[in-house]
Ligand binder design. Sequence first.
Ligand code: CA
Length: 225
Amino acid sequence: MRVLIIEDEAKTAAYLRQGLSENGFTAEVCTNGEDGLHQALTVENDVIILDVMLPGRDGWSILEALRKAGKPIPILFLTARDTVYDKVKGLELGADDYLVKPFDFAELLARVRMILRRGPTRQAEVLRIGDLQLDLPRRKATRAGARLELTAKEFSLLELLVRRRGEPLSRTLIAEQVWDVNFDSDSNVLEVAIRRLRSKVDDPFATKLIHTVRGVGYVLEERAE
Ligand code: CA
């Protein structure tokens, strides 16, 4: 397995190269963006470890150029800034995963192996039921081709319902999975969230997907009403 490391910090690059070599990878290092992109476009690699802050051409622009060139190679990006903005930006540009510096080598190795197990061609994971489509890597939902503007929580709630379609899910289970808490029994947070979600996912459409299961919770399935 060949790994291309695009990283300008000599110490980090050497540490990565050594660790990966010891674990059976062939690792090559590029220390600036231009060389990195050139190498990524011309040499076959199995995975790229891409630093974001690079002299010349930054990691974002390399990522964009590779995806525009139709290169499906898996990319793990390294960011020094632990901000949601950076993570979302990297994933939206088509990276497969990210690590925030400083990181443990063991974690990097685990991420690299996980990315490789997913296979050489990056497959966007998309869930579909009827005309509803959830693009999981991009956290985008569409129905009948139209984009649904969902909040992060609404997307998670919808994702859970779609993953377990046809299965009545209890309020407790939904609260635990989506909010990671148990609501007080008199809390109506879930009801409010479901109402909002329905207004976007179901109200404009003839076929309803989200249904109340009396005394239990909710189920997602196609039903004409
Ligand atoms: Ca850097």
